[in-house]
Write a protein that binds this ligand. Sequence first.
Ligand code: DP6
Length: 388
Amino acid sequence: MASESQNWVFMVTAQTPTNIAVIKYWGKRDETLILPVNDSISLTLDPSHLCTTTTVAVSSAFHQDRMWLNAKEISLSGGRFQSCLREIRARACDVEDENKGIKITKEDWAKLHLHIASYNNFPTAAGLASSAAGFACLAYALGKLMDVKEDESQLSAIARQGSGSACRSLFGGFVKWIMGKEDNGSDSLAVQLADEKHWDDLVIVIAVVSSRQKETSSTSGMCESVETSLLLQHRAKFHAVCLDTSPPIFYMNDTSHRIISIAEKWNRSEEAPQVAYTFDAGPNAVLIARNRKAATSLIQRLLYYFPPNSDDLSSYIIGDKSIAKDAGINGIQDVEALPPPPEIKDNIPPQKYKGDVSYFICTRPGRGPVLLSDSSQALLNGETGLPK
Ligand code: DP6
């Protein structure tokens, strides 16, 4: 590797979205390669509301591979990180930066160490698919740093080895993870079904029911399902599989069930369903409204039943705040003035559940990974290669 100065740092910053599965991945046929027992389909969420930003840097001055997640150093020794790093390094190409006078050959990459800094703009491990955005961003950013020639689908097969759901975050819009048949996993990858403009007035409202760390991780939960669930073989509804796991896994709580019942009552009172709902490995509800009009009615219902604990509405409804504005909700007084939803037949106002939802995130279908070329967005210092 050639460089005029010994203190060079070469880096790349990327941003990658999260995704929410509508047909879930649950269960692996290979734990190490992360090969699923079924195809899954997801919706990529707008990265301006939920995303991971990752800076990857290389320098001959680095002594070991290091990583910082949300400004805290974490270990890279886990098998999943090691698989991603190995797979990307194996595909690295010659890289030259004429301005900095840096030339890194294909062979150099095996000897050079990396610094990686990653940041989620949403709570990590709150059941909001942080590992999906995280590993997708790692694979994408490293691929750019090392000038890997593979396309997004091939990169998705590398991200998959970090966390299964991560492979679907390599694309925007509607994405399918094809389970594949090969034992080596080469055909287990993601493809885009339709881009984010395909259904662009779709609105997604996430009710963050609890930001506590998950009790049963999806990794161990699905492993137990594969071992013990009879329903899994028939691919019945995803949460039924969790309940049929021994011992049963309860991801949803009372608030989750209440949200389902609000959505069901409303849908039944209309001619066509207005909102769909889905849950991952936690109690958070992901509500998908068919259009903006349905989304404003949805947010009115949600705020009616789950008013905030404090008067601060701006931290209670985050993401795309224009939905609440369209619903006529600009302050706490508008929440207090909301009438009971018309589908409630009797005249007794239903019970309210103040404080049971931590906050709502309003978002929409979003684009796939992008490079951030503005150096002010890098998470590592361009001279030291350490977190800023
Ligand atoms: C419920 O991708 O987190 O969100 O592959 O073990 O890292 P690992 O699991 P992970 O599981 C996600 C499960 C799910 C459903 C889905 O996203 O399809």
